[in-house]
Design a protein around this ligand. Structure first.
Ligand code: SME
Length: 164
């Protein structure tokens, strides 16, 4: 099966809408978590050209770097630390228009200017990881990204062993 993505033009929301069923189809027949996280990171990077797209997974009281696309990144983040650790602790999506204005932001790259972090939850509502997307531009993310990236998180729950 060809694995090319077909998303072109349109608004950001239209591109998410075009991408979503293609990601759904990519994940449909695969249950391996790393394979699916890797493809979601690649699909988002390829479609939107984000500076950094990747996953951190919960391991004990830390998040550990998982599949990602972009420059090398910090490998471990404590619960409650940085944007990722805060999104985990509070179990809610955080949109950060200016990373320098977020107390405790962890600068894996000095080029990152804004960020969105979406917690990934299992059926019981427990956070098992986060999806982190960084931009090298200020104010790159809004509620459109939040809505669609949260939907991607639900797709991942269904397509991995976090499913019902
Ligand atoms: N900036 C994140 C750390 C991860 S990197 O952006 C890839 C944070 O503050 O949690």
């Amino acid at each position: 099966m060809a694995e090319d993505l077909y998303v072109s033009g349109g608004t950001k929301a239209e591109r998410y809408v075009a991408l979503f069923p293609q990601v759904e189809s990519l994940l449909h027949s695969e249950t391996d978590e790393v394979a699916n996280l890797a493809n979601v990171a690649a699909a988002l990077k390829e479609t939107f050209g984000f500076f950094w797209v990747g996953f951190y997974r919960v391991s004990g009281d830390e998040l550990v770097l998982g599949p990602f696309q972009g420059p090398v990144a910090c490998t471990r983040i404590h619960k409650g630390r940085g944007v990722c650790g805060t999104a985990w602790q509070e179990a809610r999506t955080l949109v950060v228009p200016d990373v320098d204005a977020f107390p405790g932001h962890i600068a894996c790259s000095s080029l990152s200017r804004s960020e969105i972090v979406v917690p990934l939850t299992d059926d019981a509502g427990k956070v098992w990881g986060v999806l982190d997307v960084d931009s090298n531009e200020l104010n790159a993310f809004d509620e459109v990204d939040a809505r669609f990236l949260e939907d991607m998180g639900r797709l991942l729950r269904r397509s991995t062993d976090k499913k019902e």
